[in-house]
Design a binder for this molecule. Structure first.
Ligand code: HEC
Ligand code: HEC
Ligand code: HEC
Length: 127
């Protein structure tokens, strides 16, 4: 290698590093929008503590479904002693009545598409 090749190598390395780091420095300026969930305005509490709901609402929905379908039991007693009707449409969406501003916000963000709505309905939403 001749000595006058050096600048070319340095430039090559710099270009390589710039391309290599590309996902990093584009991510800095453009973080994807955080999910904006619209919480029920006239209600204070969910059917279980909020932190639990954030992390484990899918398990809770499974429990509800099993209880209804296997045991025919539709009454859920919450941590505060309140009774709820174990129903996706009639209970969750009674309070969270705009699916697109609640469930969909998070699910689109993380890229999950629950198939529940193939069978279960949700209230018609105002356009
Ligand atoms: C009685 C009304 C009511 C019912 C029924 C209800 N929720 Fe909630 N939910 C709320 C309220 C109010 C909050 C906000 C609580 C807070 O701010 O701490 C909430 C919070 C949540 C959150 C956390 C959202 C966040 O980012 O803070 C999730 C997830 C959730 N609910 C899912 C569900 C699911 C799934 C069901 C049915 C199994 C359900 N909810 C039933 C009223 C309800
Ligand atoms: C605060 C954000 C948030 C809200 C609000 C929310 N979800 Fe979720 N949900 C998630 C995340 C994150 C996952 C994926 C969890 C995982 O893959 O471990 C998920 C997964 C699920 C799943 C399992 C889907 C699958 O294919 O595994 C169901 C069912 C579900 N959500 C129902 C609901 C319903 C119904 C509502 C509205 C009443 C709702 N969620 C609102 C964040 C949310
Ligand atoms: C192939 C159709 C189908 C799909 C898909 C489906 N369900 Fe269901 N689900 C049913 C039927 C039928 C019942 C029994 C209805 C009853 O007895 O009220 C039921 C009952 C339930 C119940 C209790 C009753 C009620 O009114 O909600 C819950 C909770 C439930 N399902 C949650 C889910 C969730 C969460 C998903 C997605 C992860 C899902 N289901 C997907 C058909 C389906």
């Amino acid at each position: 290698m001749k000595i006058y090749d050096k600048p070319v190598i340095v430039i090559g390395v710099l270009i390589f590093l710039a391309i290599f780091a590309f996902p990093l420095w584009t991510a800095l300026g453009t973080t994807p929008p955080q999910p904006k969930v619209e919480l029920p305005k006239d209600m204070k509490e969910c059917v279980a503590p909020t932190e639990y709901m954030k992390s484990s609402h899918m398990q809770l929905l499974n429990e509800w479904r099993d209880s209804v379908v296997r045991d025919g039991n539709r009454v859920w007693v919450s941590h505060t002693g309140k009774q709820y009707n174990m129903s996706l449409t009639n209970e969750c969406l009674r309070c969270h009545n705009e699916k697109s501003k609640f469930c969909d916000q998070c699910h689109n963000y993380v890229g999950v598409v629950p198939f529940c709505w193939d069978c279960h309905t949700y209230p018609k939403e105002a356009k």
